[in-house]
Each structure stands twice: as C-alpha cells, then as structure tokens.
Design a protein around this ligand. Structure first.
Ligand code: FES
Length: 80
C-alpha cells in the first residue's frame, strides 16, 4: 500500500468536472487549495494524481486522502 497523505479535511468537496479538462488532485494533503494540487508536496515523496473526465459530471472529491477510490470520496472520512 502506498503512503497516504495527511488528512486535509473530513468531508468531501463537491466539484463540477468538465469533460476533457485535466485536473490534478492533491495526494499529500498539504495543498491550501483542496481538493486540488498546489505544489505544496515539494520535498516529499508525493505527486499529484491526474484526472481527465470523459464526461461533464459533478463529483465528491476526497479531502481526507484516505479514500480507497481516490480521488473520489468513498466515505472513509467517516472513520477518522
Ligand atoms: S473525504 Fe476522503 S473519503 Fe470522504
């Protein structure tokens, strides 16, 4: 299992994802722009997780970084 990021939040953030756009989800939990990457992981072993939706959709993006279905919330934050 890979290293998990720090808990940035204990609830997902709803986002409108646009088809074909590239998103970078923060995996380390240090970004000040949750749920997205802002470069804060520099100096750590983390890297952002890239996401390119195939359709326009609304999604619950994980902020706790413990989801097993990252970058999407799977309810794991409820156990924190
Ligand atoms: S916010 Fe991470 S699993 Fe829900």
């Amino acid at each position: 299992m890979s290293e998990q990021g720090k808990v940035a939040g204990k609830a997902p953030i709803m986002q409108n994802l646009e088809k074909g756009k590239t998103y970078a989800w923060c995996t380390c939990g240090m970004s000040a722009n949750q749920p997205w990457y802002d470069g804060s992981h520099k100096g750590s072993s983390f890297a952002p997780s890239m996401l390119k939706p195939e359709e326009n959709r609304k999604a619950a993006m994980c902020t706790c970084k413990q989801s097993r279905n990252a970058p999407f919330c799977d309810g794991s934050h409820k156990t924190l």
